[in-house]
Design a protein around this ligand. Structure first.
Ligand code: PEP
Length: 233
């Protein structure tokens, strides 16, 4: 199945209104054949919207309202202009103790509210070194994925590759993405994430079953992000 590639940027806790012109530069430089999205911090979702690039959130709450101090619901994200939502990023799983079932509840809430859910999975270095990478990710998929696969996106992000400059071999990426494909079926986009940059994007995006990338550090400027987008064209 021929799936259009998606290059999604995760700005994490970076960015202010002053840098939002990067989004217009990204919009202007994106070829028609590639989908892009930028996921800025919550505070930038509204001002980032309407600049020519779909905007996503980095997290959501699974409840629609209530006593959840510091949290943001899907309806709030939608009202601010978001069309996508990352859930289960490894930094949230580690820093905020999010479990697979929390991640599934968030993905279901995102879908029910009309957002595209990007569900993140990935093993630690200890798990990879123990030969458990594929079984760990299969377990995360079993616990985190919503039943509804319409428009669903899965991002495979080995924890040890995030922000480290290290990446798995293309063979390891191929094996993992094939294992994920076997679970999710032919229509779900499977992104690779973890130290994607202009110099390695083409080889990673050429791996079978890699339908795009989730990009952290290299999504913060159009100068770094656009060559990655071009590699997906
Ligand atoms: C991420 O945090 O989703 C990520 C992939 O980060 P980086 O590209 O900086 O490794």
């Amino acid at each position: 199945m021929n799936i259009r590639k998606l290059i999604a940027g995760n700005w994490k806790m970076n960015g202010t209104v002053a840098v939002l012109s990067e989004i217009e530069t990204i919009a202007a430089g994106t070829p028609d054949s590639v989908d892009v999205a930028i996921c800025p911090p919550f505070t930038l979702i509204a001002p980032a919207s309407g600049r020519g690039v779909p905007i996503g959130a980095q997290d959501c709450h699974s409840a629609s309202t209530g006593a959840h101090t510091g949290c943001v619901s899907v309806a709030m994200l939608k009202e601010a202009g978001a069309t996508l939502c990352i859930v289960g990023h490894s930094e949230r799983r580690a820093d905020n103790f999010e479990t697979d079932s929390d991640v599934r509840a968030k993905a279901e809430a995102a879908q029910a509210g009309g957002l595209i859910a990007i569900v993140c999975v990935g093993e630690t270095l200890k798990q990879r070194d123990a030969g458990e990478a594929i079984s760990v990710v299969q377990g995360q998929l079993a616990g985190s994925l919503p039943e509804n696969r319409d428009g669903l996106v899965v991002a495979y992000e080995p924890v040890w590759a995030i922000g480290t400059g290290r990446t798995p071999t293309t063979g390891d990426v191929a094996d993992m993405h094939a294992a994920i494909r076997a679970v999710v079926g032919p229509a779900v986009r499977i992104l690779y994430g973890g130290s994607v940059k202009p110099s390695n994007a083409a080889e990673l995006l050429a791996v079978p079953n890699v339908d795009g990338a989730l990009v952290g550090g290299a999504s913060l400027t159009a100068a770094d992000f656009l060559p990655i987008v071009a590699a997906a064209a």
